[in-house]
Design a protein around this ligand. Structure first.
Ligand SMILES: [Zn+2]
Length: 233
């Protein structure tokens, strides 16, 4: 039966892929645990569940390539479009318009679908600039009640000046796992992320997303991020 062959063939291609990847003098184990075909209003993608042996562990990678071998993308030296996303639960999933995460994610998917090669790497543990979802939710209420910006709210609640705990070795390891070429167009408002890619050996061109205008709180948060140079997810 033809269908049975397709099932067997597909199951074979879905096996876990595991690689040891060197990043910044460390060796990280990167695994692609599973891969799902999805369609949304922007196009067709594969969503990959990844595990990395760094402190953040779980990542999702939405990708599109012009060519695949066994659901593994072959990017070659084609133009490659990238977004590094900290997994904003309130914005990306629950459509919160007081931060700019969701429009930036949607812009990235639109561009990747149009250009044909690229990925969104989302860390599932770095919401709230690495402070976690639990912490971040309280900042959202403080922002609303006290009329302050996001950076000020993070400082108030954490008692710390530095309000970014994120790290990027896992993201870099995933890029290497998928054999992404040297040249990357990074979709971001955060110049720090471009520097991180450069220091990992990628030639990085930044495609500014612009700051979406929405409601008062969003605009205050964007201003707050710009003021402190702590930009975007
Ligand atoms: Zn957000």
């Amino acid at each position: 039966m033809q269908n049975k062959n397709v099932v067997e063939n597909t199951k074979n291609k879905l096996r876990v892929i595991r690689k040891t990847i060197a990043v910044a003098n460390k060796k990280l184990i990167v695994q692609r645990r599973s891969v799902g075909y999805i369609e949304n209003k922007y196009g067709e993608f594969y969503l990959n569940a990844m595990k990395v042996s760094d402190r953040w562990k779980d990542y999702l990678v939405l990708l599109k390539a012009k060519r695949y071998e066994g659901y593994f993308p072959i990017f070659g030296n084609n133009d490659f479009y990238l977004r590094l996303d900290s997994g904003c639960i309130s914005g990306d999933i629950f459509l919160d318009d007081t931060c700019d995460c969701r429009p930036l994610l949607e812009n990235a998917m639109k561009t990747i679908a149009k250009k044909g090669n690229g990925m969104v790497i989302m860390s599932l543990g770095q919401d709230g600039r690495g402070f976690g979802t639990e912490f971040k939710l309280n900042t959202l209420t403080l922002i609303k009640e006290a009329g302050i910006g996001t950076v000020e709210a993070f400082r108030e609640l954490s008692g710390k000046k530095s309000v970014d705990k994120r790290s990027y070795d896992g993201f870099i390891a995933i890029l290497k796992f998928f054999n992404v070429g040297k040249n990357i167009t990074l979709m971001t408002n955060n110049p720090e992320k471009a520097k991180i890619l450069e220091s990992a050996g990628f030639n990085t061109r930044v495609l500014e997303d612009g700051h979406p205008k929405g409601n008062k709180i969003l605009e205050r948060n964007v201003k707050s991020k710009l003021k402190y140079g702590v930009v975007s997810s």
